[in-house]
Write a protein that binds this ligand. Structure first.
Ligand code: FE
Length: 175
């Protein structure tokens, strides 16, 4: 219970303005889109659908889609990742557990892994929040490249311009 209240009607909405510096909310009615152009391809079998691209806090929330026998290259996470599997099943070469539909995964800072979708799964879709960066590495940790919220935004811009949605289509997801 609240400490002190003269709130008689629980259905009364909050009456004050939001903080003037607060950002706009993001509402995405079809998070799993009907329009294929919204998926931003990363490779032949891997693509992502942006939901929140936080340039102010350096993270991104997206749906990752991997089609049959897809591999998401070996990468290291300097910061935590949260995942919720919406469709299909996948695993990491570095672990013996399997993430399947309805499952939640926490990837702690320091993880390096390679995501694989097995051949019998046509498609997997997982909601991921990735903080900071993904650092692509060779099997011994030598850095080959990275992705962060800014490279993600750039990929979206280029793709959305190319498919006719317009480079600024991505702006609605940026905070
Ligand atoms: Fe990962």
């Amino acid at each position: 219970m609240p400490l002190e209240t003269d709130d008689e009607n629980p259905m009364t909405p909050y009456q004050l303005p939001f903080p003037k510096d607060a950002q706009e909310e993001i509402v995405v009615p079809n998070a799993i889109p009907e329009d294929e152009r919204i998926w931003v391809p990363q490779t032949e079998t891997v693509s992502f659908r942006p939901l929140c691209l936080s340039r102010s806090q350096g993270y991104w929330t997206n749906l990752l889609r991997v089609r049959q026998s897809g591999v998401l290259s070996r990468h290291r996470h300097p910061q935590p990742v949260h995942g919720f599997v919406l469709k299909g099943r996948w695993h990491y070469l570095e672990h013996d557990w399997v993430a399947s539909e309805g499952g939640y995964v926490y990837e702690p800072p320091g993880e390096t892994h390679t995501l694989v979708v097995p051949e019998d799964v046509e498609e997997m879709i997982t909601y991921f929040t990735v903080n900071g960066a993904m650092v692509y590495v060779d099997p011994y940790g030598k850095v080959l490249g990275y992705e962060d919220v800014f490279t993600k935004i750039e990929m979206c811009r280029d793709h959305y311009a190319a498919v006719g949605l317009g480079a600024d289509y991505v702006d609605q997801f940026i905070r």
